[in-house]
Design a protein around this ligand. Structure first.
Ligand code: GDP
Ligand code: MN
Length: 419
């Protein structure tokens, strides 16, 4: 499930940007390793990047757990892998080899990857945990995330776990329960028991669930995560409770406290333009719209994206050039924005404080000349120190650049060039 955002008409968009901006995604096998460190029981597995390694992994798992069946799971930063053909059951070592061969190198398309899909570089070989036994297996849904509205953590859970949680959330939202946790006191025992009770558990499974939830909450808190989503949480036929899947988002701003987690970054999963922007120290986040934007300051960048939406466009990116936007940085930022083929117009919105508007204007003019062949219209809104001088520079350059000092004028121009 996508990170659910608290509904709030204007800030809705904001929250989405913030959440994407501050998150580092990791793979299922990495998420499970964090869980395991905190004492959450997991479906055991070993990661592999060739069919031969996959077979070795399966053999070790057999020694470790006694399992005779395995699941081969594509490791990509997206959910919905099961439905997309990225999770398959293997009943022999030959199956493991064949399935690993089939899944490694495939471009997996799921409802979360977009139509272009994602290349699979690694598979997780995991023990089969759906074996028959005393009681039927059951799949639950559970996630821990931040409720920005109340400033509390929230545990969402449901008896309707498995691959169709999106449908559950949409059609039968009353089947998703919520437990709010005050971060100052942490998850209380009665809350963990309420969760186990609401999930309809009793006996040993009940006790196991209480332990599971408590350890899961500690993992979320201890790793400074913004999301831990476990779907399914499985009750095995011998009443163990374990995490079969793990979707984890870590808070980028807290990563400096976790060098070990920082190493989990997999840039092959990230947008190449974003990776490129990081090299230049530009805060760039790719979005799906058509208006590129270049702004100084994260807050102004958020407001600018809202403004683009209100004038009928969709932001193509978030880009904060920082407080010391030199002519050179402006040029680099242009190159980054223009790498995105969806960009139909660019809005430059700079508030000149320390940075002088005429210098930014010079950067725009230079970029235009140095990059050459910019065929999308550019709207430049400069306000603050030397705004008039900046506007004159642009107007005198004779380039296809529209200048504005007032935000409303800039918004109107964006609307006009998109028409
Ligand atoms: P997702 O589709 O990306 O969310 O990937 P999951 O890790 O949730 O796996 C998808 C589905 O595969 C689960 O909902 C299970 O139904 C199934 N699955 C996962 N592990 C096992 C296993 O050990 N045995 C069997 N038989 N099925 C499994
Ligand atoms: Mn899942």
């Amino acid at each position: 499930m996508k990170v659910p955002m608290m509904k709030c008409p204007i800030f809705d968009g904001h929250l989405l940007y913030i959440s994407k901006f501050l998150c580092m995604n990791i793979h299922e096998y990495q998420g499970k390793s964090i869980l395991s460190r905190y004492g959450v029981r997991i479906q055991e597995g070993i990661v592999a990047d060739s069919p031969e390694q996959a077979v070795e992994a399966a053999k070790s798992l057999n020694k470790q757990t006694g399992t005779q069946w395995w699941v081969v799971k594509a490791q990509i930063h997206a959910g919905g892998r099961g439905k997309g053909g990225g999770v398959k059951l293997a009943k022999s070592l030959d199956d493991v080899k064949d399935l690993a061969k089939q899944i490694l190198g495939m471009t997996l398309v799921t409802h979360q990857t977009g139509p272009e899909g994602k290349l699979v570089n690694k598979v997780l070989i995991a023990e089969d945990v759906y074996y028959p036994g005393e009681t039927p297996t059951r799949e639950f849904y559970m996630s821990v995330l931040l409720n920005r509205g109340t400033g509390r953590n929230i545990i969402m859970y449901s008896t309707e776990g498995g691959m169709d949680i999106e449908t559950v959330a949409e059609k039968t939202p009353h089947l998703i329960f919520k437990e709010e946790v005050d971060p100052r006191v942490g998850l209380q025992g009665f809350q963990a028991r309420r969760i186990a009770f609401n999930l309809g558990l009793s006996g040993n499974a009940f006790k196991e669930m209480v332990k599971f939830v408590s350890a899961l909450y500690k993992a979320y808190e201890g790793s400074d995560a913004s999301l831990f989503e476990i779907n399914p949480v499985l009750k095995t036929s011998d009443d163990k409770i374990l995490a079969v899947d793990a979707k984890v988002n870590l808070d980028e701003n807290a990563l400096y406290r976790h060098p070990d987690l920082m190493e989990m970054r997999d840039i092959t999963e990230e947008d190449p333009i974003e990776v490129e922007a990081k090299k230049f120290d530009l805060n760039y986040v790719k979005l799906d719209g058509n208006v590129g934007c270049m702004v100084n300051g994260a807050g102004l960048a958020m407001a600018t994206m809202d403004m683009i939406k209100m004038s009928g466009g969709e932001p193509a990116n978030f880009l904060d050039v920082g407080g010391t936007a030199s002519a050179k940085r402006v040029e680099e930022a242009f190159r980054i924005i223009l790498k995105d083929p969806n960009v139909k117009a660019i809005l430059v919105n700079i508030f000149g404080g320390i940075v002088r508007c005429d210098r930014v204007a010079q950067g725009v003019v230079d970029a235009y000349q140095n990059i050459g062949e910019i065929d999308v219209p550019i709207i430049v809104r400069l306000q603050g120190t030397n705004a008039e001088e900046g506007k004159q520079l642009i107007d005198a350059s004779g380039l296809k650049v529209h200048s504005a000092i007032q935000l409303e004028d800039a918004a109107r121009l964006v609307g006009e060039v998109l028409r």
